[in-house]
Design a protein around this ligand. Structure first.
Ligand SMILES: Nc1ncnc2c1ncn2[C@@H]1O[C@H](COP(=O)(O)OP(=O)(O)O)[C@@H](O)[C@H]1O
Ligand SMILES: [Mg+2]
Length: 396
């Protein structure tokens, strides 16, 4: 098929031609946001799942859905090593400036901008990465204690009051939340607890790796009750087939049932892989329909592309000791694995491997589904480790 019109879109955060299998969750989040707008009790939603399952694109779609209904969205992404106040302040400012153009909300929005000025000035000492423009002078005593937990609460309360006046809701869409430090998560949880208590229209829709759930619980023990943690996993076979067949059909190209079955089998329904196989199968076929032979022929190119991008970017950030640890995990299969078993493969003591394991967790490479268990955060990473470090001579 013509590569120029190839609809498939592998890539972190790249919107798919068809967002398959997520309608139910989109509806759940729509209901949650609309309830919050009305001041009804509602839980924040934190979507957790492995790399490449489609959290970012789903979050973005939910945000578009919400903005289309007049919701005030605040979009943030937590990179490693940046503070939550630093990523939140500029985005919140944008929303507040927007709200300040609403006649009814103007005064309260301006007050919230004063709170933001106090917030940024007083926290700058501790979080020196805060960079935000000041539109108004701070109001003494408003969100300017210099204590994140207190000031974030005051800030979200004033912002929430402005949103309420504008008959909208302030929805924080936050990606990669597992990178936020526990004390900053704690402040966010407290602030949301407060706004929800006051029935102010502020809610969080977040996404992160599976370790996020545990981090939230450790940050504040009551977090588990305040949040829903829907798991985002691979697509059902049915949804994966729609993800391929529908965009193709819209471009006048059919895909045989055997081809769809084979794509499901090779990708196991993981969205990133579905896009990669879709893309290469399309390029491989010369005429419609795309057949299972085309899919078979495309597999090598699809795997090579994944190795070069999806897997590779993660692998390249690792130290030799971390690579060895992951290779030892791969030796045992897909996982999860007991720490003791991994140590056995490496012929080391479990305790001596503790630091490497912690570092891998903080880099978002592995997580612990249960105490003493270790699992990859990237689907099929075990197979990649075998390809990139083949044979037996990888042990130091
Ligand atoms: N529901 C879906 N249907 C089809 N493709 C999807 C779906 N969700 C995500 N994708 C594709 O999967 C890839 C990874 O999506 P992304 O949102 O970056 O995952 P994550 O944030 O979980 O790592 C992208 O190429 C995207 O187009
Ligand atoms: Mg993502």
């Amino acid at each position: 098929m013509n590569p120029i019109t190839n609809p498939f879109a592998p890539g972190a955060g790249t919107p798919p031609p068809e967002l398959a299998g997520r309608d139910e969750l989109r509806e759940t989040v729509r209901v949650a946001i609309e309830r919050v707008r009305l001041g009804m009790p509602t839980k924040s939603v934190l979507m957790v799942g492995l790399r490449g399952v489609g959290k970012t694109v789903l979050l973005d779609r939910m945000m578009e859905d919400a903005e289309g209904r007049g919701i005030q969205a605040v979009r943030v992404e937590a990179p490693e090593n940046r503070s939550l106040p630093a990523i939140l302040a500029p985005q919140l400012r944008k929303s507040l400036l927007h709200l300040s153009r609403n006649v009814q909300a103007k005064d309260l929005a301006q007050r919230a901008l004063r709170a933001l000025a106090g917030f940024a000035k007083s926290l700058k000492v501790k979080y020196n990465d805060i960079e935000v423009g000041f539109d108004f002078d701070p109001e003494p005593g408003l969100a300017d204690n210099g204590d994140l937990e207190h000031d974030l609460q005051a800030l979200l309360e004033t912002a929430g009051s402005a949103a309420q006046k504008a008959e909208t809701a302030l929805v924080i869409f936050a990606d990669e939340l597992q990178y936020v430090k526990e004390e900053e998560l704690a402040a966010l949880i407290t602030a949301l607890h407060r706004t929800s208590h006051r029935r102010l229209p502020v809610v969080l829709v977040g996404a992160g790796l599976p370790q996020l759930r545990g981090r939230m619980g450790r940050a504040k023990s009551y977090a588990e009750r305040m949040f829903d943690f829907p798991e985002i996993g691979p697509l059902s076979p049915e949804a994966a087939k729609i993800a391929i067949a529908k965009p193709a059909k819209e471009r006048g190209v059919e895909v045989t049932p055997e081809a769809l079955d084979l794509i499901v089998k090779r990708t196991r329904g993981y969205p990133y892989f579905v896009q990669e196989w879709g893309k290469h199968s399309w390029d491989m076929a010369t005429v419609s329909p795309i057949t299972d032979v085309n899919v078979k022929d495309a597999s090598e190119a699809a795997i090579a592309a994944l190795d070069e991008s999806f897997f590779r970017v993660r692998f390249d950030r690792l130290t030799p000791a971390e690579k060895e640890y992951l290779r030892a995990m791969a030796e045992l299969g897909a996982g999860p694995h007991r720490s003791g078993d991994i140590a056995n493969v490496l012929q080391r003591e479990v305790t001596s491997l503790g630091p490497v394991r912690s570092k891998l967790i903080s880099k978002g490479m592995i997580w612990s589904p249960n105490h003493g268990d270790t699992a990859f955060t990237v689907p099929l990473f075990d197979e990649f480790m075998h390809r990139i470090m083949p044979g037996d001579d990888w042990k130091a």
